[in-house]
Design a protein around this ligand. Structure first.
Ligand SMILES: *Cc1c(COP(=O)(O)O)cnc(C)c1O
Length: 229
């Protein structure tokens, strides 16, 4: 079932790339495996899937220990400063950096371990009270401050768009984030590539791709509904 779901998502990604005149290899599909057992992840390994997303540090670390080391683990959930030390050497990309204080902690840990930690800045595109992330207006200033820190590399932006039944409602948010990314990229800030745009989930990844996403994070569409208990 999971393999079939993945094939269906893959087909829709290809179609969205085609509509947008983009190459399929411009978009990385992250299979969001949070709350799902290791056995479900293992079902996808023979087909070549290696990018998996987790939103909790502890769960990421547990799965990291149990699964092959060539898996690329993306930390997509809110990160607390006291958890940074557990995850900096396990995540290939932290999608949820949203404060200078957190960046300073990541930087300190990176320097201590002689690592360079790639990060995305989480932007709250719709100004939702309930969401983490910085406002679009604050984003460039935050990036300029983070760029001065050693051991941390800003690769782009991430957003969690509003939950909506009609993905078209998020199109403007996605295109605004793309614009913001391009604007900041043009400033050529040292240690800032702005090459990654992580946006789009099960409900809206096709629209996100049409608007320039380079990473989409799909959970339910691959693994089925989550049961949080
Ligand atoms: C859970 C989660 C996803 C995946 O959501 P689905 O709607 O199940 O595809 C994507 N991004 C983040 C940050 C998440 O927490």
């Amino acid at each position: 079932m999971i393999v079939e779901n993945l094939a269906e998502v893959e087909r829709k990604i290809c179609a969205a790339c085609e509509r947008a005149g983009r190459a399929r290899d411009e978009v990385v599909l992250i299979a969001v495996s949070k709350t799902k057992p290791v056995s479900m992840i293992e079902e996808l390994l023979p087909g070549g899937t290696r990018d998996f997303g987790e939103n909790k540090v502890q769960e990421l670390c547990e799965k990291y220990e149990q699964l092959p080391k060539d898996i690329r683990w993306h930390l997509i959930g809110h990160l607390q400063r006291n958890k940074v030390k557990y995850v900096v050497d396990k995540a290939c990309l932290i999608h949820s950096l949203d404060s200078l204080r957190l960046a300073e902690t990541i930087s300190m840990e990176a320097v201590k371990r002689q690592l360079t930690v790639p990060v995305l800045i989480e932007v709250n595109v719709a100004g939702e009270e309930s969401k983490f992330g910085v406002s679009p207006e604050e984003t460039e200033d935050l990036i300029r401050e983070i760029a001065k820190l050693p051991g941390i590399l800003v690769q782009g932006l991430m957003t969690i768009a509003p939950f909506t039944a009609d993905p078209e409602e998020n199109r403007t948010h996605f295109s605004n984030l793309k614009k913001l990314c391009v604007d900041i990229k043009m400033k050529n800030i040292d240690n800032v590539t702005m090459s990654v745009l992580s946006m789009g989930m099960t409900g809206d990844y096709e629209v996100a791709i049409e608007e320039g996403a380079t990473m989409v994070r799909v959970g339910t569409g691959i693994f089925g509904e989550r049961n949080y208990r």
